[in-house]
Design a protein around this ligand. Structure first.
Ligand SMILES: [Zn+2]
Length: 368
């Protein structure tokens, strides 16, 4: 059966009570959608199936439900704060993003450092995808806090508490589902790029020597979940390992599980090998030793992390807007942060800490 037109699905989803534009009688709100009576049941079913399979049926994964607002130092250590504060310009032609500092002159007078096109660069804009708010009655800079842009960091920040209280040895995982927020420059495409979305993420901590084995395990396991547990037809799924130049800055290897949507192949989930990047960043930021005693080797180790990031999709094509490994830049500002289709998710991922900026592919931040 040929796939129906995407617009037909969107219209049907509203008519049948699955998804409505947020506050629609006031004209809606870009990037925000409400789950209707049938949508909330569907979404809850997917979340329950994920939680049962990832947490309740496993003895090596435990759950977490962290606060959305965390100490702002979390986002400093992770790189989100500094990473989001640079003035950036986009190339309308090749969709790459550059720091304004890296240009030879004003954006309007410069050629794109990548494709060389003149007149294709936007004006510089401060990109910070995090929604800022104030905690307490006084709106001053010291009280600034952020709505979390991803759930993953809470699992790294609470790593020590969970490992200690649950008496965990490697390998073990921490799973969490919950809302995240990104102030997308250009939200849109129905529920594929939202400003408020839900994630289902699990961070699996392993001994560094076992990373490849566990990476392969989780790619396999997650693929099996989509087919055997959710019942999605295998011929509409494919596994796509990332090329070296499209890996996120924290990732050593990533494989996407892609679904053939009516709008093309797009990511349902990604399994990323985040190495010890995040734990080391938070150890440096907090001054705490985020390591465990490994009984098999008799030594303290900083674990590596394999992250199955459920139910996230990307825009069709390969310009997902991830920070590329070969193109470390300044955060995921403008990253195509896409929410899931039928499910409830969005890609996790962290911005790079402040580093010499180069280009990154985005596609998400160009106004059309
Ligand atoms: Zn260009």
């Amino acid at each position: 059966m040929p796939a129906p037109n995407f617009d037909v699905i969107v219209s049907l989803a509203k008519r049948r009570g699955f998804v409505f534009p947020s506050s629609e009688i006031y004209g809606g709100m870009a990037g925000f959608w409400d789950w209707g009576p049938l949508g909330v049941e569907l979404k809850n079913n997917v979340k329950a199936a994920w939680w049962r399979h990832m947490v309740q049926l496993r003895d090596d994964v435990v759950g977490l439900d962290a606060a959305i607002i965390m100490n702002p130092r979390v986002w400093e250590a992770s790189g989100h704060v500094a990473g989001f504060s640079d003035p950036m310009v986009d190339c309308r032609n090749c969709k790459l993003r550059f720091r304004e500092d890296d240009l030879k002159g004003k954006p309007s007078e410069s050629a794109c450092p990548n494709c060389g096109t003149r007149g294709s660069l936007t004006d510089a804009r401060q990109f910070n995808l995090m929604f800022a708010t104030h905690v307490g009655p006084v709106a001053e800079s010291a009280s600034i806090a952020y709505l979390r842009p991803e759930t993953a960091q809470a699992m790294f920040v609470q790593f020590e508490n969970v490992a200690t209280s649950m008496r965990r040895n490697l390998p073990f995982g921490i799973a969490q589902m919950g809302r995240s927020f990104r102030n997308e420059i250009t939200p849109g495409n129905f529920i594929f790029r939202l400003r408020e979305f839900e994630q289902m993420e699990m961070e699996f901590f392993v001994h560094p020597r076992d990373e490849d084995e566990w990476f392969a395990h989780w790619v396999d396991e997650r693929h099996r979940w989509w087919t055997d547990v959710l019942g999605i037809s295998d011929d509409r799924l494919r596994l796509r390992p990332h090329e070296a130049d499209e890996l996120s800055h924290y990732s050593k290897q990533t494989t996407d599980i892609e679904y053939q949507f009516p709008i093309g192949w797009s990511e349902l989930e990604g399994v990323a090998d985040r190495t010890d990047y995040d734990l080391r960043a938070h150890a440096a930021g907090s001054g705490r030793k985020l390591e465990v005693f490994d009984e098999s080797s008799g030594e303290h180790v900083v674990p590596y992390v394999i992250e199955p990031d459920g139910c996230r999709t990307r825009r069709p094509g390969r310009s997902g807007g991830w920070l590329r490994r070969g193109a470390r830049g300044e955060g995921e500002a403008g990253r195509a942060a896409d929410a899931a289709g039928a499910g409830a998710g969005q890609g996790g991922g962290s911005p790079a800490p402040a580093q010499p900026a180069r280009a990154r592919r985005t596609g998400a931040a160009v106004d059309h």
